[in-house]
Design a protein around this ligand. Structure first.
Ligand SMILES: C[S@@+](CC[C@H](N)C(=O)[O-])C[C@H]1O[C@@H](n2cnc3c(N)ncnc32)[C@H](O)[C@@H]1O
Length: 267
């Protein structure tokens, strides 16, 4: 019976319609309140320059060092430290963490959405740049995710307090395909400055996460995703949903590491 249910689930994953974001005309803009606060989204090269900067690399190393250590955190610090030791000021490398440092530094977000929080490394980067930022995290807390412990919401709260997070923290447990739309339905006026889509890696799952999350990205806001090298299909979905859409300007780094993509919503 279970085998049959699994096969039917797999079949439904293949044939279910590819969801697309339905954008809202009432989407707020970042800035634009006056001459001292113009609506001036960062260009894609600006975002890229910040993500590739040595400042980003140092900040990420520092934040990772302040979190509970595991192989992932140690690997991240080692990678940045080795690159700089070997290539000095010429070292250029970006990943999801340096890109989120860049997005947070450029935008100073007041609301951040992350789908796939895991051990809160990405959320900790945002919180370390902008401690007052409200963080909304959605995760299924898949046990032993990618071979490492995935302890859940209490652990995430502790990690974020280590980096001095002071803002609202909402953590919703369950499949983001269900929890995110349900949560957003109850918060019709909530929009985000920065969004990270880093949860489920199936085509239907990622497409559904984009479809649910992107209509809540402010104009001038930034969406980030990673693992493009590990899961090439993710790059195709990114291309279809974001890169080909004139609402966004796109930046990617795929030269090394897992590959990261980010886009600024400009319209
Ligand atoms: C790659 S990890 C996230 C890493 C995190 N963004 C970071 O930078 O540290 C992916 C996470 O997505 C979660 N996940 C997997 N499938 C999910 C689903 N359907 N809904 C919500 N979360 C899911 C896993 O439990 C895991 O914690």
């Amino acid at each position: 019976m279970t085998a049959l249910t699994d096969r039917l689930d797999a079949l439904w994953e293949k044939v279910r319609p590819f969801p697309v974001p339905e954008y809202r005309p009432d989407t707020p803009k970042i800035g634009g309140t006056g001459p001292l606060d113009p609506h001036l989204p960062p260009t894609a090269p600006t975002l890229g320059a910040a993500a590739l900067s040595s400042e980003a690399s140092s900040a990420v190393q520092e934040t990772l060092a302040s979190l509970t250590q595991n192989d992932d955190a140690k690997r991240g610090q080692y990678w940045h430290a080795m690159g700089r030791a070997k290539y000095g000021e010429h070292w250029r490398f970006a990943d999801q963490l340096t890109t989120l440092w860049a997005a947070s530094t450029l935008l100073q977000p007041s609301a951040y959405l992350e789908i796939g929080v895991c051990r809160a490394r990405s959320a900790a980067i945002v919180a370390s740049v902008r401690p007052q930022c409200a963080i909304y995290g959605f995760d299924l807390w898949v046990p032993d995710y990618a071979g490492g412990p995935n302890p859940g919401p209490e652990f995430v709260r502790e990690e974020l307090s280590r980096v001095g997070h002071q803002g609202t923290l909402v953590l919703e447990s369950g499949d983001s395909r269900e929890t995110l739309p349900a949560f957003l339905l109850g918060h019709p006026d909530l929009f985000f400055d920065v969004i990270t889509v880093d949860g489920v890696k199936s085509v239907a799952g990622v497409a559904s996460d984009y479809a649910n999350a992107l209509p809540r990205l402010k104009i001038g806001g930034i969406v980030v995703t990673d693992d493009l090298m590990l899961f090439p299909i993710l790059r195709r979905i990114w291309n279809r949903v974001i890169e080909r859409d004139d609402r966004y300007v796109n930046w990617e780094f795929r030269d090394a590491g897992f590959g990261v993509a980010a886009a600024v919503r400009v319209a």
